[in-house]
Design a protein around this ligand. Structure first.
Ligand SMILES: Nc1ncnc2c1ncn2[C@@H]1O[C@H](COP(=O)(O)OP(=O)(O)O)[C@@H](O)[C@H]1O
Ligand SMILES: [Mg+2]
Length: 569
Protein backbone atom coordinates (compact mmCIF):
# COMPACT_ATOMS: atom_id res chain seq x y z
CA UNK A 1 0.00 0.00 0.00
CA UNK A 2 1.19 3.46 -0.86
CA UNK A 3 2.03 5.96 1.84
CA UNK A 4 -0.99 8.20 2.31
CA UNK A 5 0.62 10.08 5.18
CA UNK A 6 -0.11 13.65 4.17
CA UNK A 7 -3.77 12.94 3.54
CA UNK A 8 -4.09 10.93 6.70
CA UNK A 9 -2.86 13.89 8.73
CA UNK A 10 -4.70 16.69 6.98
CA UNK A 11 -8.09 15.20 6.20
CA UNK A 12 -9.14 14.65 9.83
CA UNK A 13 -8.18 18.21 10.73
CA UNK A 14 -10.36 19.53 7.94
CA UNK A 15 -13.22 17.36 9.11
CA UNK A 16 -12.88 18.64 12.68
CA UNK A 17 -12.98 22.22 11.39
CA UNK A 18 -16.03 21.46 9.30
CA UNK A 19 -17.86 19.93 12.24
CA UNK A 20 -16.92 22.84 14.52
CA UNK A 21 -18.24 25.36 12.01
CA UNK A 22 -21.42 23.36 11.69
CA UNK A 23 -21.95 22.97 15.44
CA UNK A 24 -21.64 26.71 16.04
CA UNK A 25 -24.57 27.52 13.75
CA UNK A 26 -27.44 26.71 16.15
CA UNK A 27 -25.70 28.70 18.89
CA UNK A 28 -25.57 31.78 16.67
CA UNK A 29 -29.17 31.24 15.74
CA UNK A 30 -30.05 31.15 19.41
CA UNK A 31 -28.33 34.51 19.92
CA UNK A 32 -30.15 35.98 16.92
CA UNK A 33 -33.53 34.91 18.29
CA UNK A 34 -33.02 35.58 21.99
CA UNK A 35 -30.83 38.70 21.84
CA UNK A 36 -31.44 40.18 18.38
CA UNK A 37 -35.09 39.55 17.59
CA UNK A 38 -36.34 39.59 21.21
CA UNK A 39 -34.79 43.05 21.75
CA UNK A 40 -35.42 44.23 18.17
CA UNK A 41 -31.67 44.80 17.86
CA UNK A 42 -31.04 44.53 14.14
CA UNK A 43 -27.28 45.01 14.53
CA UNK A 44 -27.03 41.72 16.47
CA UNK A 45 -29.13 39.98 13.80
CA UNK A 46 -26.91 41.35 11.04
CA UNK A 47 -23.64 40.55 12.81
CA UNK A 48 -24.67 37.04 13.79
CA UNK A 49 -26.23 36.45 10.39
CA UNK A 50 -23.00 37.40 8.66
CA UNK A 51 -21.03 35.22 11.06
CA UNK A 52 -23.33 32.29 10.28
CA UNK A 53 -22.83 32.87 6.57
CA UNK A 54 -19.06 33.08 7.03
CA UNK A 55 -19.00 29.90 9.09
CA UNK A 56 -21.16 28.09 6.58
CA UNK A 57 -18.75 29.11 3.85
CA UNK A 58 -15.76 28.02 5.91
CA UNK A 59 -17.39 24.69 6.67
CA UNK A 60 -18.16 24.16 3.03
CA UNK A 61 -14.58 24.98 2.09
CA UNK A 62 -13.20 22.50 4.60
CA UNK A 63 -15.63 19.85 3.37
CA UNK A 64 -14.65 20.48 -0.22
CA UNK A 65 -10.93 20.39 0.53
CA UNK A 66 -11.40 17.23 2.51
CA UNK A 67 -13.19 15.53 -0.37
CA UNK A 68 -10.55 16.72 -2.82
CA UNK A 69 -7.90 15.15 -0.63
CA UNK A 70 -9.77 11.95 -0.03
CA UNK A 71 -10.93 11.14 -3.55
CA UNK A 72 -7.45 10.39 -4.96
CA UNK A 73 -6.68 8.40 -1.86
CA UNK A 74 -9.72 6.16 -2.26
CA UNK A 75 -9.04 5.83 -5.98
CA UNK A 76 -5.41 5.01 -5.24
CA UNK A 77 -6.55 2.40 -2.77
CA UNK A 78 -8.81 0.87 -5.43
CA UNK A 79 -5.91 0.81 -7.89
CA UNK A 80 -3.72 -0.85 -5.26
CA UNK A 81 -6.35 -3.48 -4.60
CA UNK A 82 -6.66 -4.23 -8.30
CA UNK A 83 -2.88 -4.30 -8.62
CA UNK A 84 -2.50 -6.68 -5.70
CA UNK A 85 -5.22 -8.93 -7.11
CA UNK A 86 -3.62 -8.97 -10.53
CA UNK A 87 -0.21 -9.77 -9.08
CA UNK A 88 -1.74 -12.54 -7.03
CA UNK A 89 -3.55 -14.00 -10.01
CA UNK A 90 -0.27 -14.06 -11.92
CA UNK A 91 1.38 -15.96 -9.08
CA UNK A 92 -1.36 -18.55 -8.80
CA UNK A 93 -0.95 -21.96 -10.36
CA UNK A 94 -3.03 -23.29 -13.18
CA UNK A 95 -4.81 -25.48 -10.65
CA UNK A 96 -5.72 -22.47 -8.48
CA UNK A 97 -7.08 -20.68 -11.53
CA UNK A 98 -9.02 -23.76 -12.62
CA UNK A 99 -10.92 -23.68 -9.36
CA UNK A 100 -11.43 -19.89 -9.14
CA UNK A 101 -12.76 -19.50 -12.69
CA UNK A 102 -12.10 -16.66 -15.10
CA UNK A 103 -15.48 -14.90 -15.03
CA UNK A 104 -15.28 -14.89 -11.30
CA UNK A 105 -11.81 -13.39 -11.22
CA UNK A 106 -12.77 -10.60 -13.58
CA UNK A 107 -15.71 -9.61 -11.35
CA UNK A 108 -13.41 -9.53 -8.35
CA UNK A 109 -10.82 -7.46 -10.13
CA UNK A 110 -13.31 -4.90 -11.40
CA UNK A 111 -16.64 -4.71 -9.61
CA UNK A 112 -15.56 -5.93 -6.19
CA UNK A 113 -12.52 -3.68 -6.15
CA UNK A 114 -14.73 -0.70 -7.06
CA UNK A 115 -17.20 -1.52 -4.30
CA UNK A 116 -14.42 -1.52 -1.75
CA UNK A 117 -12.98 1.67 -3.13
CA UNK A 118 -16.34 3.49 -3.02
CA UNK A 119 -17.00 2.25 0.49
CA UNK A 120 -13.63 3.54 1.60
CA UNK A 121 -14.46 6.91 0.08
CA UNK A 122 -17.73 7.26 1.94
CA UNK A 123 -16.15 5.90 5.08
CA UNK A 124 -13.33 8.42 4.89
CA UNK A 125 -15.79 11.23 4.24
CA UNK A 126 -17.70 10.62 7.42
CA UNK A 127 -15.47 8.51 9.66
CA UNK A 128 -14.61 11.47 11.86
CA UNK A 129 -17.39 13.81 10.89
CA UNK A 130 -20.37 11.63 11.85
CA UNK A 131 -19.22 10.51 15.31
CA UNK A 132 -17.99 14.00 16.11
CA UNK A 133 -21.24 15.61 14.98
CA UNK A 134 -23.20 12.99 16.86
CA UNK A 135 -21.32 13.52 20.08
CA UNK A 136 -20.96 17.30 19.76
CA UNK A 137 -24.56 18.02 18.93
CA UNK A 138 -25.79 15.65 21.60
CA UNK A 139 -23.73 17.39 24.30
CA UNK A 140 -24.71 20.83 23.02
CA UNK A 141 -28.37 19.84 22.87
CA UNK A 142 -28.30 18.77 26.50
CA UNK A 143 -26.38 21.89 27.51
CA UNK A 144 -28.85 24.12 25.69
CA UNK A 145 -32.01 22.62 27.17
CA UNK A 146 -31.32 20.02 29.89
CA UNK A 147 -35.05 19.63 30.49
CA UNK A 148 -35.63 18.36 26.95
CA UNK A 149 -32.80 15.79 27.01
CA UNK A 150 -35.29 12.98 27.64
CA UNK A 151 -36.43 13.23 23.98
CA UNK A 152 -32.92 12.35 22.84
CA UNK A 153 -32.73 9.49 25.31
CA UNK A 154 -36.01 8.09 24.02
CA UNK A 155 -35.23 8.34 20.33
CA UNK A 156 -31.58 7.27 20.22
CA UNK A 157 -32.17 3.59 21.12
CA UNK A 158 -34.99 3.35 18.58
CA UNK A 159 -32.76 4.63 15.79
CA UNK A 160 -29.79 2.55 16.92
CA UNK A 161 -31.99 -0.52 16.83
CA UNK A 162 -33.21 0.28 13.32
CA UNK A 163 -29.65 0.78 12.09
CA UNK A 164 -28.48 -2.46 13.66
CA UNK A 165 -31.35 -4.57 12.33
CA UNK A 166 -30.90 -3.03 8.97
CA UNK A 167 -27.24 -3.92 8.81
CA UNK A 168 -27.92 -7.48 9.85
CA UNK A 169 -30.49 -7.98 7.08
CA UNK A 170 -28.78 -6.14 4.25
CA UNK A 171 -25.41 -7.86 4.49
CA UNK A 172 -26.49 -11.29 3.19
CA UNK A 173 -28.62 -9.57 0.56
CA UNK A 174 -25.61 -7.83 -0.90
CA UNK A 175 -23.46 -10.97 -0.76
CA UNK A 176 -26.14 -12.64 -2.87
CA UNK A 177 -26.07 -9.76 -5.33
CA UNK A 178 -22.30 -10.16 -5.85
CA UNK A 179 -22.66 -13.89 -6.40
CA UNK A 180 -25.34 -13.31 -8.99
CA UNK A 181 -23.16 -10.77 -10.72
CA UNK A 182 -20.47 -13.47 -10.88
CA UNK A 183 -22.90 -15.86 -12.48
CA UNK A 184 -23.95 -13.27 -15.04
CA UNK A 185 -20.32 -12.60 -15.91
CA UNK A 186 -19.54 -16.29 -16.31
CA UNK A 187 -22.52 -16.85 -18.57
CA UNK A 188 -21.72 -13.77 -20.65
CA UNK A 189 -18.12 -14.77 -21.00
CA UNK A 190 -18.98 -18.30 -22.08
CA UNK A 191 -21.56 -17.07 -24.60
CA UNK A 192 -19.21 -14.61 -26.18
CA UNK A 193 -16.20 -16.92 -26.24
CA UNK A 194 -18.32 -19.64 -27.78
CA UNK A 195 -20.27 -17.45 -30.18
CA UNK A 196 -19.38 -19.61 -33.20
CA UNK A 197 -20.67 -22.76 -31.55
CA UNK A 198 -23.83 -20.98 -30.45
CA UNK A 199 -24.50 -19.83 -34.01
CA UNK A 200 -23.50 -23.10 -35.62
CA UNK A 201 -25.91 -25.07 -33.47
CA UNK A 202 -28.62 -22.41 -33.68
CA UNK A 203 -28.82 -22.23 -29.90
CA UNK A 204 -29.03 -18.45 -29.70
CA UNK A 205 -32.51 -18.69 -28.14
CA UNK A 206 -31.30 -21.11 -25.52
CA UNK A 207 -28.27 -18.96 -24.70
CA UNK A 208 -30.49 -15.89 -24.66
CA UNK A 209 -32.73 -17.49 -22.07
CA UNK A 210 -29.74 -18.65 -20.03
CA UNK A 211 -28.48 -15.09 -20.04
CA UNK A 212 -31.95 -13.75 -19.26
CA UNK A 213 -32.21 -16.01 -16.24
CA UNK A 214 -28.91 -14.81 -14.86
CA UNK A 215 -29.75 -11.23 -15.74
CA UNK A 216 -33.19 -11.38 -14.15
CA UNK A 217 -31.93 -13.01 -11.02
CA UNK A 218 -29.29 -10.29 -10.64
CA UNK A 219 -31.89 -7.61 -11.30
CA UNK A 220 -34.40 -8.92 -8.78
CA UNK A 221 -31.70 -9.50 -6.17
CA UNK A 222 -30.34 -6.00 -6.56
CA UNK A 223 -33.82 -4.49 -6.62
CA UNK A 224 -34.76 -6.32 -3.41
CA UNK A 225 -31.61 -5.16 -1.65
CA UNK A 226 -32.11 -1.59 -2.79
CA UNK A 227 -35.82 -1.59 -1.95
CA UNK A 228 -34.91 -2.73 1.50
CA UNK A 229 -32.38 0.07 1.76
CA UNK A 230 -34.98 2.50 0.49
CA UNK A 231 -37.62 1.60 3.08
CA UNK A 232 -35.27 2.12 5.95
CA UNK A 233 -34.39 5.73 5.15
CA UNK A 234 -37.97 7.13 5.26
CA UNK A 235 -38.48 5.13 8.44
CA UNK A 236 -35.56 6.89 10.03
CA UNK A 237 -36.74 10.25 8.74
CA UNK A 238 -40.14 9.60 10.33
CA UNK A 239 -38.52 8.95 13.69
CA UNK A 240 -36.40 12.07 13.34
CA UNK A 241 -39.37 14.24 12.39
CA UNK A 242 -41.36 12.86 15.29
CA UNK A 243 -38.50 13.75 17.63
CA UNK A 244 -38.38 17.29 16.26
CA UNK A 245 -42.14 17.64 16.66
CA UNK A 246 -41.84 16.45 20.24
CA UNK A 247 -39.04 18.97 20.89
CA UNK A 248 -41.22 21.79 19.54
CA UNK A 249 -44.24 20.61 21.54
CA UNK A 250 -42.46 20.22 24.88
CA UNK A 251 -40.18 23.19 24.19
CA UNK A 252 -43.15 25.38 23.30
CA UNK A 253 -44.82 24.53 26.59
CA UNK A 254 -41.70 25.49 28.50
CA UNK A 255 -41.48 28.77 26.58
CA UNK A 256 -45.06 29.55 27.57
CA UNK A 257 -44.20 28.76 31.23
CA UNK A 258 -41.18 31.02 30.84
CA UNK A 259 -38.66 28.34 31.78
CA UNK A 260 -37.04 28.34 28.28
CA UNK A 261 -36.45 30.99 25.66
CA UNK A 262 -37.55 30.59 22.04
CA UNK A 263 -33.92 30.70 20.80
CA UNK A 264 -32.99 27.89 23.14
CA UNK A 265 -35.73 25.67 21.73
CA UNK A 266 -34.72 26.57 18.18
CA UNK A 267 -31.09 25.69 18.95
CA UNK A 268 -32.11 22.47 20.71
CA UNK A 269 -34.27 21.39 17.77
CA UNK A 270 -31.34 22.06 15.49
CA UNK A 271 -28.93 20.03 17.58
CA UNK A 272 -31.45 17.25 17.85
CA UNK A 273 -31.79 17.17 14.10
CA UNK A 274 -28.04 17.10 13.66
CA UNK A 275 -27.66 14.25 16.13
CA UNK A 276 -30.21 12.11 14.38
CA UNK A 277 -29.02 13.03 10.91
CA UNK A 278 -25.52 11.90 11.75
CA UNK A 279 -26.98 8.59 12.87
CA UNK A 280 -28.68 8.37 9.53
CA UNK A 281 -25.38 9.08 7.86
CA UNK A 282 -23.83 6.21 9.78
CA UNK A 283 -26.64 4.00 8.53
CA UNK A 284 -25.98 4.98 4.94
CA UNK A 285 -22.31 4.22 5.25
CA UNK A 286 -23.19 0.92 6.85
CA UNK A 287 -25.11 0.03 3.69
CA UNK A 288 -22.02 0.76 1.67
CA UNK A 289 -19.88 -1.15 4.09
CA UNK A 290 -22.13 -4.16 4.13
CA UNK A 291 -21.99 -4.27 0.38
CA UNK A 292 -18.25 -3.71 0.39
CA UNK A 293 -17.86 -6.29 3.13
CA UNK A 294 -19.21 -8.92 0.75
CA UNK A 295 -16.82 -7.70 -1.93
CA UNK A 296 -13.93 -7.47 0.50
CA UNK A 297 -14.46 -11.09 1.50
CA UNK A 298 -14.32 -12.15 -2.11
CA UNK A 299 -11.16 -10.15 -2.70
CA UNK A 300 -9.56 -11.59 0.42
CA UNK A 301 -10.36 -15.08 -0.79
CA UNK A 302 -8.20 -14.51 -3.85
CA UNK A 303 -5.46 -12.67 -2.00
CA UNK A 304 -5.28 -15.40 0.62
CA UNK A 305 -5.20 -18.33 -1.76
CA UNK A 306 -1.85 -20.04 -1.67
CA UNK A 307 -0.31 -20.75 -5.05
CA UNK A 308 -0.06 -24.54 -4.99
CA UNK A 309 2.93 -24.50 -7.31
CA UNK A 310 5.62 -22.55 -5.51
CA UNK A 311 9.32 -21.97 -5.78
CA UNK A 312 11.35 -23.98 -3.30
CA UNK A 313 13.05 -21.84 -0.62
CA UNK A 314 16.48 -22.50 -2.08
CA UNK A 315 15.45 -22.98 -5.70
CA UNK A 316 18.25 -23.08 -8.25
CA UNK A 317 18.44 -19.86 -10.20
CA UNK A 318 21.32 -20.65 -12.55
CA UNK A 319 20.75 -23.57 -14.80
CA UNK A 320 21.74 -24.39 -18.34
CA UNK A 321 20.29 -27.79 -19.09
CA UNK A 322 20.97 -29.78 -22.23
CA UNK A 323 17.37 -30.95 -22.25
CA UNK A 324 17.22 -34.45 -20.81
CA UNK A 325 13.67 -34.96 -19.53
CA UNK A 326 12.95 -37.76 -17.09
CA UNK A 327 9.75 -39.07 -15.52
CA UNK A 328 10.15 -41.40 -12.54
CA UNK A 329 6.94 -43.14 -11.51
CA UNK A 330 4.96 -39.96 -11.90
CA UNK A 331 1.35 -40.04 -10.76
CA UNK A 332 -0.97 -37.07 -11.00
CA UNK A 333 -4.62 -36.50 -10.25
CA UNK A 334 -6.76 -33.45 -10.98
CA UNK A 335 -8.53 -31.95 -8.02
CA UNK A 336 -11.68 -33.91 -7.22
CA UNK A 337 -10.92 -36.63 -9.76
CA UNK A 338 -11.14 -40.27 -8.68
CA UNK A 339 -8.78 -41.77 -11.23
CA UNK A 340 -5.30 -40.44 -11.79
CA UNK A 341 -4.80 -38.58 -15.08
CA UNK A 342 -1.27 -40.01 -15.10
CA UNK A 343 -0.52 -43.32 -13.44
CA UNK A 344 3.08 -44.12 -12.52
CA UNK A 345 4.67 -42.88 -15.74
CA UNK A 346 8.40 -43.44 -16.28
CA UNK A 347 10.48 -42.60 -19.36
CA UNK A 348 13.49 -40.60 -20.47
CA UNK A 349 13.90 -38.25 -23.42
CA UNK A 350 17.51 -37.51 -24.42
CA UNK A 351 18.82 -34.30 -25.97
CA UNK A 352 18.76 -34.53 -29.75
CA UNK A 353 15.88 -36.96 -29.64
CA UNK A 354 12.35 -36.50 -30.84
CA UNK A 355 9.95 -38.07 -28.36
CA UNK A 356 6.44 -38.55 -29.65
CA UNK A 357 3.38 -39.10 -27.46
CA UNK A 358 0.43 -40.88 -28.96
CA UNK A 359 -2.92 -41.74 -27.45
CA UNK A 360 -6.64 -41.15 -27.62
CA UNK A 361 -8.05 -37.82 -26.43
CA UNK A 362 -8.21 -37.80 -22.67
CA UNK A 363 -5.39 -40.32 -22.34
CA UNK A 364 -3.26 -37.74 -20.47
CA UNK A 365 -0.90 -36.42 -23.15
CA UNK A 366 -1.37 -32.73 -22.38
CA UNK A 367 -1.33 -33.40 -18.65
CA UNK A 368 2.04 -35.10 -19.05
CA UNK A 369 3.72 -32.13 -20.70
CA UNK A 370 2.09 -29.70 -18.25
CA UNK A 371 4.02 -31.42 -15.49
CA UNK A 372 7.31 -30.62 -17.26
CA UNK A 373 6.50 -26.89 -17.23
CA UNK A 374 5.12 -27.17 -13.68
CA UNK A 375 1.64 -25.99 -14.56
CA UNK A 376 0.88 -28.75 -12.09
CA UNK A 377 3.07 -30.72 -9.71
CA UNK A 378 3.18 -34.49 -9.55
CA UNK A 379 1.31 -36.17 -6.72
CA UNK A 380 4.07 -38.74 -6.40
CA UNK A 381 7.24 -39.51 -8.33
CA UNK A 382 9.66 -37.05 -9.90
CA UNK A 383 9.88 -35.03 -13.07
CA UNK A 384 13.46 -34.12 -13.88
CA UNK A 385 15.33 -31.86 -16.26
CA UNK A 386 18.97 -32.88 -16.70
CA UNK A 387 18.57 -34.95 -13.56
CA UNK A 388 17.32 -32.07 -11.40
CA UNK A 389 13.83 -32.28 -9.91
CA UNK A 390 11.82 -29.53 -11.61
CA UNK A 391 10.51 -28.53 -8.17
CA UNK A 392 14.05 -27.56 -7.15
CA UNK A 393 14.35 -25.03 -9.93
CA UNK A 394 13.03 -21.49 -9.94
CA UNK A 395 9.85 -21.62 -12.05
CA UNK A 396 10.95 -18.76 -14.27
CA UNK A 397 14.36 -20.35 -14.75
CA UNK A 398 12.82 -23.73 -15.59
CA UNK A 399 10.39 -22.23 -18.08
CA UNK A 400 13.09 -20.13 -19.71
CA UNK A 401 14.53 -23.36 -21.08
CA UNK A 402 11.26 -24.80 -22.31
CA UNK A 403 9.50 -23.73 -25.47
CA UNK A 404 5.91 -24.86 -25.57
CA UNK A 405 3.19 -24.58 -28.15
CA UNK A 406 0.00 -25.34 -26.27
CA UNK A 407 -2.85 -27.36 -27.68
CA UNK A 408 -4.95 -24.21 -28.01
CA UNK A 409 -2.84 -21.63 -29.79
CA UNK A 410 -3.42 -18.36 -27.99
CA UNK A 411 -2.10 -15.27 -29.72
CA UNK A 412 -2.26 -11.76 -28.32
CA UNK A 413 -3.45 -8.63 -30.03
CA UNK A 414 -0.41 -6.92 -31.54
CA UNK A 415 1.81 -7.57 -34.52
CA UNK A 416 2.85 -10.99 -35.74
CA UNK A 417 6.44 -10.05 -34.94
CA UNK A 418 5.60 -9.24 -31.32
CA UNK A 419 3.70 -12.46 -31.00
CA UNK A 420 6.62 -14.53 -32.26
CA UNK A 421 9.10 -12.84 -29.96
CA UNK A 422 6.77 -12.89 -26.96
CA UNK A 423 9.12 -15.16 -25.01
CA UNK A 424 12.26 -13.20 -25.95
CA UNK A 425 11.32 -9.60 -26.76
CA UNK A 426 14.94 -8.68 -27.49
CA UNK A 427 15.18 -11.17 -30.39
CA UNK A 428 16.33 -9.66 -33.67
CA UNK A 429 14.22 -9.55 -36.84
CA UNK A 430 16.55 -12.15 -38.33
CA UNK A 431 15.85 -14.54 -35.47
CA UNK A 432 12.11 -13.95 -35.76
CA UNK A 433 12.25 -14.78 -39.46
CA UNK A 434 14.43 -17.84 -38.90
CA UNK A 435 11.93 -19.20 -36.37
CA UNK A 436 9.04 -18.47 -38.74
CA UNK A 437 10.88 -20.26 -41.56
CA UNK A 438 11.30 -23.43 -39.50
CA UNK A 439 7.63 -23.30 -38.49
CA UNK A 440 6.74 -22.91 -42.21
CA UNK A 441 5.02 -19.61 -41.40
CA UNK A 442 7.35 -17.46 -43.50
CA UNK A 443 5.29 -17.98 -46.66
CA UNK A 444 1.90 -16.84 -45.48
CA UNK A 445 3.32 -14.02 -43.36
CA UNK A 446 5.20 -12.62 -46.36
CA UNK A 447 1.97 -12.77 -48.37
CA UNK A 448 0.16 -10.51 -45.89
CA UNK A 449 0.19 -6.82 -46.91
CA UNK A 450 2.00 -5.76 -43.74
CA UNK A 451 4.08 -8.90 -43.37
CA UNK A 452 5.49 -9.27 -39.89
CA UNK A 453 3.88 -5.97 -38.88
CA UNK A 454 0.40 -7.31 -39.53
CA UNK A 455 -1.83 -6.61 -36.55
CA UNK A 456 -3.61 -9.57 -35.02
CA UNK A 457 -6.58 -9.66 -32.69
CA UNK A 458 -9.32 -7.22 -31.90
CA UNK A 459 -8.65 -4.66 -34.58
CA UNK A 460 -6.42 -6.77 -36.81
CA UNK A 461 -6.70 -9.74 -39.10
CA UNK A 462 -7.78 -13.17 -38.04
CA UNK A 463 -5.63 -16.13 -38.97
CA UNK A 464 -6.72 -19.65 -39.75
CA UNK A 465 -6.24 -22.36 -37.15
CA UNK A 466 -3.23 -23.80 -38.97
CA UNK A 467 -1.62 -20.36 -39.36
CA UNK A 468 -2.06 -19.62 -35.66
CA UNK A 469 -0.51 -22.97 -34.83
CA UNK A 470 2.55 -22.18 -36.93
CA UNK A 471 3.01 -18.81 -35.25
CA UNK A 472 2.75 -20.56 -31.90
CA UNK A 473 5.46 -23.01 -33.00
CA UNK A 474 7.72 -20.14 -34.11
CA UNK A 475 7.12 -18.43 -30.74
CA UNK A 476 8.16 -21.60 -28.91
CA UNK A 477 11.25 -22.03 -31.09
CA UNK A 478 12.44 -18.47 -30.69
CA UNK A 479 13.33 -18.92 -27.03
CA UNK A 480 15.99 -21.44 -28.18
CA UNK A 481 14.64 -23.99 -25.74
CA UNK A 482 16.49 -26.98 -24.37
CA UNK A 483 13.14 -28.73 -24.48
CA UNK A 484 10.61 -27.98 -27.18
CA UNK A 485 7.07 -29.18 -26.55
CA UNK A 486 4.48 -29.23 -29.31
CA UNK A 487 1.05 -30.23 -28.02
CA UNK A 488 -0.88 -31.28 -31.06
CA UNK A 489 0.47 -28.17 -32.72
CA UNK A 490 0.14 -29.29 -36.29
CA UNK A 491 -3.37 -30.72 -36.07
CA UNK A 492 -4.76 -27.99 -38.34
CA UNK A 493 -1.80 -27.93 -40.69
CA UNK A 494 -1.93 -30.00 -43.89
CA UNK A 495 0.13 -33.19 -44.00
CA UNK A 496 2.75 -31.88 -46.45
CA UNK A 497 3.43 -28.71 -44.50
CA UNK A 498 3.56 -30.80 -41.35
CA UNK A 499 6.25 -33.01 -42.90
CA UNK A 500 8.27 -29.93 -43.83
CA UNK A 501 7.95 -28.55 -40.29
CA UNK A 502 9.13 -31.88 -38.93
CA UNK A 503 12.17 -31.91 -41.18
CA UNK A 504 13.16 -28.34 -40.40
CA UNK A 505 12.63 -28.92 -36.68
CA UNK A 506 14.90 -31.94 -36.70
CA UNK A 507 17.65 -29.77 -38.21
CA UNK A 508 17.11 -26.92 -35.76
CA UNK A 509 16.72 -29.05 -32.64
CA UNK A 510 19.72 -31.30 -33.20
CA UNK A 511 21.16 -30.68 -29.76
CA UNK A 512 17.97 -30.27 -27.77
CA UNK A 513 14.94 -32.36 -26.92
CA UNK A 514 11.68 -32.28 -28.80
CA UNK A 515 8.48 -33.66 -27.35
CA UNK A 516 5.73 -33.90 -29.90
CA UNK A 517 2.13 -34.82 -29.14
CA UNK A 518 0.15 -35.93 -32.13
CA UNK A 519 -3.11 -37.43 -33.19
CA UNK A 520 -1.89 -38.44 -36.63
CA UNK A 521 0.37 -41.42 -36.73
CA UNK A 522 2.17 -39.97 -39.75
CA UNK A 523 3.52 -37.28 -37.44
CA UNK A 524 5.22 -39.76 -35.14
CA UNK A 525 6.59 -42.32 -37.58
CA UNK A 526 10.10 -40.90 -37.59
CA UNK A 527 10.34 -40.17 -33.86
CA UNK A 528 13.26 -41.64 -31.94
CA UNK A 529 10.90 -42.86 -29.30
CA UNK A 530 7.13 -43.12 -29.18
CA UNK A 531 5.12 -43.30 -25.95
CA UNK A 532 1.65 -44.77 -26.22
CA UNK A 533 -0.70 -43.58 -23.49
CA UNK A 534 -4.01 -45.17 -22.62
CA UNK A 535 -6.18 -43.88 -19.79
CA UNK A 536 -3.22 -42.24 -18.05
CA UNK A 537 -1.00 -45.29 -18.26
CA UNK A 538 2.06 -45.77 -20.42
CA UNK A 539 1.18 -48.93 -22.35
CA UNK A 540 4.00 -49.07 -24.87
CA UNK A 541 7.28 -47.37 -25.58
CA UNK A 542 9.70 -47.68 -28.49
CA UNK A 543 10.29 -46.86 -32.14
CA UNK A 544 7.70 -47.33 -34.82
CA UNK A 545 9.39 -50.53 -35.98
CA UNK A 546 9.24 -52.03 -32.54
CA UNK A 547 5.77 -50.87 -31.60
CA UNK A 548 4.17 -52.09 -34.81
CA UNK A 549 5.29 -55.57 -33.79
CA UNK A 550 4.91 -55.38 -30.03
CA UNK A 551 1.97 -53.10 -29.26
CA UNK A 552 -1.54 -54.16 -30.25
CA UNK A 553 -2.89 -50.68 -29.41
CA UNK A 554 -0.26 -49.02 -31.60
CA UNK A 555 -1.02 -51.39 -34.44
CA UNK A 556 -4.71 -50.67 -34.06
CA UNK A 557 -4.12 -46.91 -34.29
CA UNK A 558 -1.79 -47.45 -37.21
CA UNK A 559 -4.22 -49.64 -39.10
CA UNK A 560 -7.10 -47.26 -38.55
CA UNK A 561 -5.12 -44.36 -40.02
CA UNK A 562 -2.69 -45.75 -42.55
CA UNK A 563 -3.69 -49.39 -42.85
CA UNK A 564 -4.48 -49.31 -46.55
CA UNK A 565 -1.15 -47.70 -47.47
CA UNK A 566 2.02 -49.67 -48.03
CA UNK A 567 4.06 -49.71 -44.81
CA UNK A 568 6.63 -46.95 -44.54
CA UNK A 569 10.21 -48.01 -43.94
N1 LIG B 1 -8.04 -28.84 -15.89
C1 LIG B 1 -8.53 -30.07 -15.71
N2 LIG B 1 -9.26 -30.36 -14.61
C2 LIG B 1 -9.76 -31.61 -14.42
N3 LIG B 1 -9.56 -32.63 -15.23
C3 LIG B 1 -8.85 -32.42 -16.36
C4 LIG B 1 -8.29 -31.13 -16.64
N4 LIG B 1 -7.63 -31.23 -17.81
C5 LIG B 1 -7.75 -32.50 -18.23
N5 LIG B 1 -8.49 -33.23 -17.36
C6 LIG B 1 -8.79 -34.67 -17.47
O1 LIG B 1 -7.59 -35.41 -17.45
C7 LIG B 1 -7.59 -36.43 -18.43
C8 LIG B 1 -6.43 -36.25 -19.39
O2 LIG B 1 -6.61 -35.05 -20.12
P1 LIG B 1 -5.54 -34.52 -21.16
O3 LIG B 1 -4.20 -34.62 -20.55
O4 LIG B 1 -5.99 -33.19 -21.61
O5 LIG B 1 -5.69 -35.59 -22.33
P2 LIG B 1 -5.16 -35.48 -23.82
O6 LIG B 1 -4.26 -34.32 -23.95
O7 LIG B 1 -4.48 -36.80 -24.03
O8 LIG B 1 -6.37 -35.38 -24.68
C9 LIG B 1 -8.95 -36.36 -19.10
O9 LIG B 1 -9.76 -37.34 -18.50
C10 LIG B 1 -9.46 -34.99 -18.79
O10 LIG B 1 -10.85 -35.02 -18.65
MG1 LIG C 1 -4.40 -32.67 -25.09
Amino acid sequence: MRPYVKVVALAPLLMVAEVAADLLQPRLMQTIVDTGIANRDMSVVARMGLLMLGLAFLGMLCGLLNTLLIVPMAQGFGADVRGALYRKVQSLSVRNLDSLGTGNLITRLTNDATQVQDALLSLLRICIRAPLTLLGSMVLAVLTCPSLAFILLAVMPVLAFVVFEFFKKSHPMFTRVQDRLDRLNSVTQENIAGVRVVKAFARADYEQSRFQDANRSLTSGTARAMQFTATVMPLMMLVIDAAVAAAIWFGGREVSYGTLKVGQVVAFTNYLQRTLMSLRMVAMVLVRLSRAGASGGRIAEVLNSEPDVQDAPRARTEFSPRGRVGFEHVTFRYKGAQDPALDSISFVAEPGQVLAILGATGSGKSTLVHLITRFYDAESGRVTLDGADVRDLLQTELRRHIGIALQESVLFSGTIRDNIRYGRPEASDGEVMAAARIAQAQGFIAALPDGYDTLLGQRGVNLSGGQKQRIAIARALLVRPAVLILDDSTSSVDVETEARIEKALREAMRSSTSIVIAQRISTVLNADKILVLDGGRLVAEGTHRRLIVESPLYREIYDSQLGDRPPIA
